[in-house]
Write a protein that binds this ligand. Sequence first.
Ligand code: ADP
Ligand code: MG
Length: 677
Amino acid sequence: MKLDVVGQRVPLVALDAIRKSYGGHDVDQGGPPAVDVLRGISLNIHGGEFVAIVGASGSGKSTLMNLLGCLDRPSAGQYRFNGRDVSGFDADQLAWLRREAFGFVFQGYHLIPTESSCENVEVPAIYSGMPEQERRQRAEALLTRLGLSERLDHRPHQLSGGQQQRVSIARALMNGGRIILADEPTGALDSSSGAEVMKLLNELADAGHTIILITHDRNVAAQARRVIEVLDGQVVGDSDPDGRRQYQHQLAQQRDGETKTVAPMPDLATSLEVAGEDSPRLLLGELREAARAAWRVMWINRFRTGLTLLGIIIGVASVIVMLAIGLGTRQQVVAQLGAFGSNLMYMASIGESSRIPGRSITLQDLEAVSEIPNIVHVLPNVTGNKVVRYGNQDIQTYVRGTGSALPKIQNWPLARGAFFSESDERELASVAVLGHKLARDLMPGVEDPIGQVVLIGNVPIQVVGVMSEKGALTGERDEDNLLIMPFSTAGVKLFGQREPTYTVLAVADVGAIAETQKQLEALLLERHGIRDFGVGNAAASIAAEAKTRDTMTLMLSLVAAVSLLVGGIGVMNVMLMTVRERTREIGIRLATGARQRDILRQFLTEAVLVTVVGGSIGVIAGLLIGLLLIVAGAPVIFSLTSILTAFGCSVATGLLFGYMPAKKAAQLDPVAALTSE
Ligand code: ADP
Ligand code: MG
């Protein structure tokens, strides 16, 4: 029992000239005038009292109860709770009071329709951070005590009115229910259920709970131990203004050794200080609860949720597939680079000189060029189209005279036989290696082309090898329709020229290829005096191609990102709808002690859950589509990073687009939310 300095009992609840008015803000613009609902209410209620506030409908009883329960603030006057002025409390501290001090019982029960009896009873304890097991046990014990042990898992719509009201009383008791605020608790019940509820309230009063019962029914009010009568927002009668009679009653009870079961109020000063803090356990339990509740709501609205999910799924799957295609094509380009040889340079004569023997790039030039340190191979080439004859087959083909190092520096292995050697080059040997396609077309029935002799003009040439299929790598089927011979033989016997048409140069260090190219140009310029030659390298042109493909991937990825955005808007839409539909649930949660941030977290969790589920299905769908594409022969390579990125993006989308609706939910006015349709 708390006493003030002069030894007077400090009332638990002390109202002093409380006024509440609605509206009147925009009377100038033709709005309705202010309505004075409470017009100076002063009353004291002590711990352990059983008070009925009685009055006609519209006299302001519910408004008064909302003020008493810290769901609303008065327009004027002072409300002291246990001696402390409530007007100085912030939102978290008011939430703490609602959670720890009060328990609400409403005329319309106000149970959360998607949750079972037991879960409804547990709600206040979630926000006070009670461990799950303990919470569950306590809720079951309370429901059992109220005769609902058979109805633990029933949803509110499966219960009768009386049963629902008992569930809501159990909820009011969950965190101790030190002060029970009951607004017309029997109003919606038949007489026997009503009597049952009144009996229950009486028992709770006996057990030491402070009970404030609001009713318009004098017979109901008469069952309380003190009756306060209100009329038009004013107190017009009080049967026991100081609660003195009840105090005597309580003292007598104490003398008789009757025990009270109500736990004492936690110390206000210290509790209020930490009202806004989060313990990790509280946070974890709350998130788990939020996820469970969100899952339930998603399941109940599965068609709608499915449509929203579809947006996210399409977004995530397309991001994954696009990135995989992008990576696949890039890899393909890299493979081509390898096939072409990114370490190669090309050099040819251009302009007038190229047609004048001895004035163009000569064999002496090649000798000099091979002295450049980074250049490891010099491959002179002489080329042209010739008709190749085998038996009675004539085939127009591309003939390339080149060096023996060709398979090595162009990464082009042989399928059969051997490539010609350096000595073949020196000795002008009449040998040739056939391209894959040429070998097939020229000698269709021949098992092994090696050793066969073909004719070009009247020069007989012996086949020593067959190249592997190159077109498979580069996509250029024509590259396999060729005949390769030693440079010397081709130049002298077929084309009648000693100078190369073009020359391939291989460098050791690709990183220095630009530098080497400059050296090469300088050397040739010095030797020729004029720029009658051209030099280039493959890396540059392939890099350019890779870049255009990158641009395409980027554009496709943008499209994918946009679809993710659309999915996000879908999430926002469904969340706004949810908040609207569940406004009353939000009111219930606020009345049972949720802080604004608890509501924010709950709805954010829901939004994130939608995107996590959508993202997961999207990842699976993306992988499946990718696999189908791989089977269909498309270049697709999955990377863990891109999958994680897509998934992360979808979750971020949920957070981003869920924030606004969640914030909206958290900022709802508790009273307005509770009374919403
Ligand atoms: P009771 O519970 O005694 O029936 P209420 O406290 O619900 O009475 O309402 C008292 C009066 O206040 C009524 O005339 C009602 O129209 C008015 N009132 C209640 N809430 C609002 C509000 N949000 N805005 C305007 N008037 C309100
Ligand atoms: Mg009312």
